[in-house]
Design a binder for this molecule. Structure first.
Ligand code: WT7
Length: 656
């Protein structure tokens, strides 16, 4: 990335469609307007008060924060147990018969787990882990489909203080192996398989391949989900139903230090070796429980659905630990959003009367492409709040989400955070914040965030884009990169002394609203203007014919770089030269002639990682007509070949 000239990133796109909180929502909201001022006055005091109110401690802390840059310790001297906080105490408080998870398998089978059920299952699983030789501090790999045994296994690890290392079930054997070797895992918990788009994903075969090269793994604990034939290695592999079911349903939680490692989660790094991001016990649990309560305005009777996979940090924080700490009732769904039809999610919302939905822009844009008729078939009136996470959300997609899903009624919270931050950091509070589509609005109470230029000088609100940095420690922040302190220092703390470097571009508008501009490595430089991909993409998606767009820079003899746009049309529109010209003019009109794409290519799909992030690196390879780089993190490798063939058969519209 080059960072020589100013302004760092041009801020071209301006969006001014404001949505104040509905009066009835504001009147009942968990967060009160003075929360910002209170937290800003004394952020340590703010978190300390929340820690007293929200968490159950075996031993209270002595020091709220010990900050020795870049290492933070929160609630020093405290002892507690995460599983106790998420499950046992709710049962003790009379909530045993409250539902923790309504689970739905892709084939349509269902299970309901109350907090009492969850407690029994977690205890049995924890006892099985002990029988298999796992002790406090040992790392346990988890490679599972979205079935109830996945959160059960995580909580069982937490109950005995064994850090878990969850690897997304869609990842390859190679990815699993690398993570198990890095973590020196003692045990791997997996399943025979899972269901995805009507097919069985053979997890056990991948786990076998992975474990063959991970010598620290002594046993594999295997859940039977699909029932298809799998190989079991004698002496190493154990069926869940053989060992877990016969255990005692009593298990003492192990009280661990506030800073005890709760889990490692490897960032899916598109280039280098994945980093094992470390999250610890008290600060992490507090950060996610507090943000979950205020941002999603959680009430005791809410049915809440975070539709991510537990294999990502979103699932760790906002399907498992945050909601359970708050004794929330959640939905857990195993399969694909469009199986058997594009209204699977909407039928789940109607069936369980879901009140709060939290998902990714990539899902929203794909639903938008399928058209309004799919959500329109269902009664979605139970919804009172919608959330978005994972990427910048284009204003049009935001507006569609609010209208077609939220019935023109629900607030939409666009939440910015990272695997490393553990908790949401930039976000509206739905009862307080006036929403502006496409903006994550402002830092959560107590969080310090600013935008700086290449020299680290603050960029004044309203004056342009720069780099987002975090200026204060926050309780759920990563505690390091596992076994690699140098990389921790280098990646996050060396660019600007004393500040955490997020790697994201951002601008703050004149009203103090934060607009995330994407990863800084994706910034394009057209004739000396730094243009962010999201602004051009949002201008394209603003056109009624467009469902989704991805733009990349292509080397250009005249302008240095020129913009190459890949466009997915809505099902109602047809590709044509005339339409390409119209889109180009539309972008010119929305944000200025400099941002007009030089080339537009219509495509049915875009290459994405398994978590839904567009892999612009591969699109750049296609635009430059060079061999593709590493494709192992790609969700569907067929797509990129289709696009490349299309580009090569010179269907790309050469417009200039
Ligand atoms: C990166 C972190 C956080 C859980 C899922 C992703 C991008 C995330 C937003 C948002 C704009 C966003 C950033 C960030 N991102 N949320 N609301 N608006 N960008 O976790 O895989 O660690 O990715 O996702 O670029 O740095 P992750």
């Amino acid at each position: 990335m080059s960072m020589q000239s100013s302004p760092e990133i041009e801020a071209l796109f301006s969006e001014r469609r404001d949505f104040p909180p509905p009066a009835d929502f504001a009147a009942q909201s968990n967060a009160r307007p003075d929360i910002y001022e209170q937290a800003d006055r004394d952020f340590e005091g703010f978190w300390a008060a929340e820690a007293e109110r929200k968490l159950s401690w075996v031993q209270k802390w002595t020091t709220v924060l010990d900050w020795q840059l870049p290492y933070a310790k929160w609630f020093v001297g405290g002892k507690l147990n995460v599983a106790y906080n998420c499950v046992d105490r709710h049962v003790e408080n009379g909530l045993g018969s409250k539902v923790a998870y309504y689970w739905e398998g892709e084939p349509g089978d269902t299970r309901t787990l109350t907090y009492a059920d969850l407690q029994r299952e977690v205890n049995k699983c924890a006892n099985a882990l002990l029988e298999l030789g796992v002790r406090t501090g040992d790392r346990v790999g988890i490679y599972m489909p979205m079935i109830p045994e996945l959160p059960i296994a995580m909580l069982a690890c937490a109950k005995i203080g064994a850090p878990h290392v969850v690897v997304f079930g869609g990842f390859s054997a190679e990815a699993l192996q690398g993570r198990m070797v890095d973590a020196e895992a003692k045990l791997v918990i997996t399943a025979d398989g899972g269901n995805r788009r009507g097919k069985v994903v053979d997890l056990k075969a991948s786990a076998d391949e992975a474990v063959a090269g991970a010598p620290t793994v002594e046993h594999m604990l295997v859940v039977q989900r699909t029932g298809h034939e799998v190989a079991m290695t004698a002496g190493r592999d154990v069926w869940w139903h053989d060992i877990v079911d016969r255990q005692s349903d009593q298990c003492e939680p192990v009280a661990v230090d506030s800073e005890h490692l709760l889990y490692l989660l490897h960032t899916s790094g598109t280039t280098a070796k994945p980093k094992g991001v470390m999250h610890t016990t008290a600060g992490y649990l507090l950060g996610i429980a507090t943000t979950h309560e205020y941002i999603f305005d959680i009430k005791p009777d809410d049915i809440y659905w975070c539709a991510a996979d537990i294999g990502w940090v979103t699932g760790h924080s906002y399907i498992v630990y945050g909601p359970l700490a708050n004794a929330t009732t959640s939905i857990l769904y195993e399969g694909a959003p469009d199986h058997p039809a594009p209204d699977r999610w909407w039928s789940i919302i109607e069936k369980y009367k879901v009140n709060i939905l939290y998902c990714a822009p990539t899902a929203i844009r794909s639903f938008m492409k399928h058209g309004d008729e799919w959500p329109a078939k269902h009664d979605l009136s139970s919804l009172r709040l919608l959330g978005s996470v994972g990427e910048p959300i284009n204003p049009e997609a935001w507006l569609w989400y609010r209208r077609a899903i939220g019935g023109d009624r629900t607030p939409v919270v666009d939440t910015w955070w990272q695997t490393e931050t553990g908790m949401i950091l930039i976000t509206p509070l739905p009862g307080i914040t006036t929403l502006r589509p496409g903006s994550a609005t402002r830092p959560f109470p107590g969080v310090g965030a600013k935008v700086v230029d290449a020299m680290g000088n603050e960029v004044a609100p309203g004056s342009g884009g720069g780099y987002l940095v975090l200026t204060r420690p926050w309780p759920a922040m990563l505690r390091g990169v596992y076994k690699d302190p140098e990389r921790y220092q280098q990646t996050y703390w060396s660019r600007y002394p004393g500040m955490y470097f997020t790697g994201d571009g951002c601008k703050i508008d004149a009203d103090g609203y934060y607009w995330l501009l994407g990863r800084v490595d994706d910034v394009m430089n057209v004739a000396g203007h730094r243009i962010s991909t999201i602004e051009v993409e949002s201008a394209l998606v603003d056109h009624p014919a467009v469902a989704e767009a991805a733009v990349v820079a292509k080397n250009d003899p005249v302008t240095g770089q020129a913009i190459f746009a890949f466009v997915i049309l809505r099902s109602s529109a047809q590709p044509s030269d005339a339409l390409a010209g119209e889109l180009r003019e539309h972008v010119g009109h929305k944000i200025g002639p400099i941002a007009r794409p030089k080339q537009i290519m219509f495509t049915p799909e875009l290459p994405k990682t398994r978590s839904g992030k567009i892999m612009r690196r591969l699109l750049r390879d296609i635009a430059e007509q060079r061999p593709l780089g590493d494709v192992t993190t790609l969700a569907d490798s067929g797509i990129v070949e289709t696009i490349r063939e299309k580009a090569q058969s010179s269907q790309a519209e050469q417009l200039v």
